[in-house]
Design a binder for this molecule. Structure first.
Ligand SMILES: Cc1ncc(COP(=O)(O)O)c(C=O)c1O
Length: 493
């Protein structure tokens, strides 16, 4: 219902009678398209009350509008705007165009920071994602139970502000991280975010000013690339090999430049899935001590390790408080859930909290409480162990298939964990056209940004195996092989 009280103004000093003033304003509303044909009007009593007028005045208004064919008076329905309006003073009888349909007249930053479609295509194709968990493995009954319990206690939740301490998840998560990663910290060093991405952004934007220099690997996680571009900083790239970021190159960079931040992914590096060796980790810790730059250790994928001889994060070493450790439960719980965290000095986290308040006042307390329970009763660890068994098997199946069917076209290294294999096509096999052909034949590759556009020189993609069972992996490799052979018949290679 339109706010007639504000739309219809009666001027008692005007010589035009009040009923006519009102009826003319109704005609304007109809001609402007604010009252569309078929719109039901308030009863004479309701409108009279709204406008603080005698009901008889409104009756007169409606009667004249009916007599001029602007309104219909329908039995049991009352007054409504006529479906067949009189063609007098025509303006816009049709629906008005939404003011949001235009472009506005203000300027804003519209750079293409992210160069790939963030909305997944709707397709019947089999999709190779860039490393997503298999949500069918989630313990739904347990999750439902814990979320219900957390919801049941929702009326007791009053501490929604970030300033309030929420020891629940923090202490459970502290124990979990201590056991799984050997990091020594107190709950005052832990901050909960919506995901690792938010944590990285908060930390980076507090440390960096436009023009500052930041180090990241080459190649690197393209969303971090986009983030640094957005922050207006200068990126210096350090190559990565089979042992992780080349710390001897990093040392030269640190000698030469004033580096404010090093962003690194030592476990299952994104996109290459390489895990940094122990020697490089030790060297890294030395560099941190010598050059004192801040380090964001993005450990988004730590929980998915197929071997028991895990490398501990840099954050568990002696780094003098310079490492900001970022992690995520998003992949553990499945992508629909958003939960990440940051471990850092208390002083830094106080600044993080203030910045976060500016963009997000409250956390998701229901999820946090449910996850705390999942950690406390051991369900989270059990789920991780179960998933790892499945993923390790799928990883082996995929690598065998690649060896058997596609070895001559590509190179890859079997990862020690995670959810994807970084598959690099040899330069003579142009992946962009191979993928296009595969797409027309039932297989879509989601991380197409590593062989198209700005990053096409990689001629590579992340083959997410975690959410594909054996039959799907076989089908995916078969279509891919068929696509390669379409352009490069095997007898011509
Ligand atoms: C390297 C890296 N960092 C951060 C993230 C973001 O994680 P989250 O979903 O927890 O925000 C991802 C997501 O895949 C990632 O690959």
């Amino acid at each position: 219902m339109l706010p007639y009280k504000n739309l219809i103004i009666v001027d008692k000093h005007d010589k035009t009678p009040v009923y006519r003033q009102i009826s003319l304003q109704f005609i304007d509303l109809i001609q402007d398209g604010k009252l569309l044909p078929g719109t039901k009007l308030p009863s004479t009593r309701a409108l009279a009350e709204d406008l603080q007028l005698h009901r008889k005045t409104i009756v007169a208004v409606y009667e004249i509008l009916v007599s001029e064919n602007w309104l219909d008076n329908l039995p049991r329905k009352g007054f409504q705007v006529s479906e067949t309006l009189p063609v007098v003073r025509p303006r816009t009888y049709q629906k008005t165009i939404s003011p949001f349909a235009g472009i506005g007249s203000f300027e804003f930053d519209n750079r293409d920071v992210i160069q790939f479609p963030l909305i997944p295509e709707s397709t019947k194709n089999l999709i190779i994602n860039d490393g997503f968990p298999d949500t069918t493995l989630l313990p739904y009954k347990i999750l439902t139970r814990e979320f219900r319990r957390a919801l049941d206690r929702v009326t007791t939740i009053n501490d929604l502000h970030y300033i309030a301490d929420k020891p629940n998840l923090k202490s459970s998560l502290r124990d979990f991280l201590h056991t799984t990663r050997g990091i020594d910290f107190g709950i005052e060093n832990l901050f909960i975010t919506r995901g690792a991405q938010m944590a990285v952004y908060l930390a980076a934007s507090l440390i960096l000013k436009p023009g500052d220099k930041v180090v990241m690997s080459e190649p690197s996680y393209i969303i971090a690339d986009a983030m640094f571009e957005k922050l207006g900083v200068q990126i210096i790239r350090v190559p990565i090999d089979q042992h992780g970021m080349r710390t001897e190159v990093l040392e030269d960079v640190l000698k030469e430049h004033d580096i404010k931040l090093i962003y690194m992914i030592p476990h299952h590096h994104h996109p290459t899935t390489v895990t940094m060796s122990t020697q490089r980790r030790s060297h890294m810790l030395e560099l941190i001590k010598t050059y004192k730059s801040a380090v964001i250790e993005d450990d988004y994928d730590y929980d998915f390790q197929f071997k028991y001889d895990n490398y501990l994060p840099l954050a568990s070493g002696d780094h003098g408080g310079n490492v900001i450790y970022v992690g995520s439960l998003t992949k553990v719980l499945g992508t629909p859930f958003r939960l990440g965290y940051m471990i850092a000095t208390q002083e830094f986290l106080a600044a993080v909290m203030k910045l976060r308040l500016v963009i997000d006042i409250r956390g998701d307390l229901v999820t946090e409480r449910a996850v705390a329970a999942l950690i406390d009763n051991g369900d989270l660890i059990r789920h991780i162990q179960k998933s790892n068994k499945v993923y390790a098997k799928r990883c082996t199946i995929l690598c065998r298939l690649l060896d058997k069917e596609m070895k001559q076209y590509l190179t890859y290294r079997k990862p020690t964990g995670g959810m994807a294999v970084w598959v690099v096509f040899k330069p003579q096999f142009e992946l962009s056209k191979i993928a296009r052909y595969a797409k027309e034949n039932g297989l879509s590759i989601k991380s197409d940004f590593y062989f198209n556009g700005k990053y096409s020189h990689y001629n590579a993609f992340r083959f997410g195996f975690a959410s594909l069972d054996e039959a799907k992996l076989k089908r995916a490799v078969a279509i891919l092989k068929q696509a390669v052979e379409h352009f490069y018949p095997s007898d011509e290679i």
